[in-house]
Write a protein that binds this ligand. Structure first.
Ligand code: PLP
Length: 363
């Protein structure tokens, strides 16, 4: 296996999944395992299923199609509100989608009728994160209008947090969503069994009992993969934070001034570098760059090694204070943050190596 590669510990992902699914189960909450951060890699998706998630969700219909073609049979949720132009494929591949536009639901309804299905939708309510969803006052009219569409079934309402405006979930916001759902249930003859209460930003609430009993579902990606909640990035007790480790190879080790002596212009990306003069330092270059991963999201695992950033194909490290001697040809390992993980999993230059659990079974 060539460098760079991401080592994926499926046992740790399975353990994190089991932990979160069990925490949710105790509060009657179903878990949608979110696959978009790892490009719907089928081994990881299967691991989430083995760990107990009831559904899989992805933002891209291509990813869901890939999972279906790989023989994965659990229900699928399309997380990004659909493009009207992909309605035919959405109703064929996804069992449910999040939605906020009547125009799109009309397309979904037509596509579903044509194909002989009824497509489930969860209507998104924007409770303040300012990404997808209608404002609360608009939800009843949207439901009433959508009741006329024979090909879609409104399953309930959903909310998203901490994605665009950084809205932090609170019991109050979730209670408002619950009240809204109850009001709509009374006004229209709909059961609305699903209240999809958020994502990995909700984990702190989940841990301290702050999720109202009426919430039926959470859509979890990062918390399963990296073992953290996403409001304060605190580790989840009992979960692994190191299921993904990036491995890359050292291609140069040289002593150099920490700030250049020449006249300074812009770097390869048009930014003006700010380099602190710390005298002569020992630096290592690793063969990985911005084409592979978001360099800021990498933390060297060897104590004393510092990430100085880099360019398209090079990552520069200060290894002066490293615990071990670093030499050319050596492998270095890095922990990897969410954004960097997403990037690494879509880069054609980054390979994947799996550590399978003993009882791994697929299909
Ligand atoms: C990405 C996404 C999620 C999962 O978010 P995590 O923070 O990874 O848990 C949930 N819902 C929607 C709509 C998303 O786009």
């Amino acid at each position: 296996m060539g460098y760079p590669f991401v080592e994926i510990d499926l046992e740790k992902i399975a353990a994190n999944t089991r932990l979160l699914v069990e925490l949710c189960r105790k509060q009657d909450i179903q878990v949608v395992g979110v696959t978009k951060a790892f490009c719907a890699d089928t081994a990881i998706a299967q691991t989430m299923i083995n760990g107990g998630v009831q559904m899989l969700g992805d933002a891209r219909i291509q990813n869901l199609r890939k999972l279906r073609e790989a023989g994965i049979k659990v229900p699928f949720m399309l997380l990004r509100i659909p493009m009207p132009s992909e309605a035919d494929e959405v109703v064929r591949i996804a069992d449910c989608s999040l939605a906020s536009e009547f125009t799109t639901m009309r397309q979904l309804s037509q596509a579903a009728k044509k194909a002989g299905y009824v497509h489930n939708v969860v209507l998104m309510v924007d409770m303040g994160d300012l990404r997808e969803g209608v404002v609360p006052q608009k939800i009843l009219p949207l439901v009433q209008q959508s009741l006329l569409l024979p090909g879609v079934r409104i399953q309930g309402f959903g909310v998203n947090f901490a994605c665009y405006a950084g809205l932090i979930p609170t019991p109050e916001i979730l209670n408002n969503l619950v009240s809204l759902t109850q009001e709509v249930r009374e006004k229209v003859a709909l059961e609305l069994p699903v209240i999809s209460g958020g994502n990995s930003a909700n984990i702190e609430l989940l841990l301290n009992g702050g999720i109202p009993a009426e919430i039926t579902q959470l859509r979890l990606g990062e918390s399963i993969l990296l073992g953290r909640e996403t409001v304060h990035y605190r580790p989840i007790p009992g979960a692994y934070q190191d299921a993904f480790i990036l491995h890359a190879e050292v291609i140069e080790v040289q002593e150099k001034p920490s700030a250049s002596q020449g006249e300074m212009g812009r770097d390869a990306f048009g930014d003006i570098p700010v380099l602190e003069d710390r005298g002569i330092r020992k630096r290592a270059i690793v063969a990985i760059g911005r084409q592979d991963v978001t360099l800021e999201g990498l933390q060297p695992l060897l104590p004393g090694v510092e990430n100085l950033g880099g360019s398209s194909d090079h990552l520069i490290l200060d290894v002066t204070d490293a615990d071990n001697v670093i030499s050319v040809g050596q492998e270095l390992c890095f922990s990897i943050e969410y954004g960097a993980l997403v990037h690494a999993m879509v880069s054609p230059y980054v390979s994947r190596v799996y550590k399978y659990p003993e009882n791994y079974c697929c299909g």
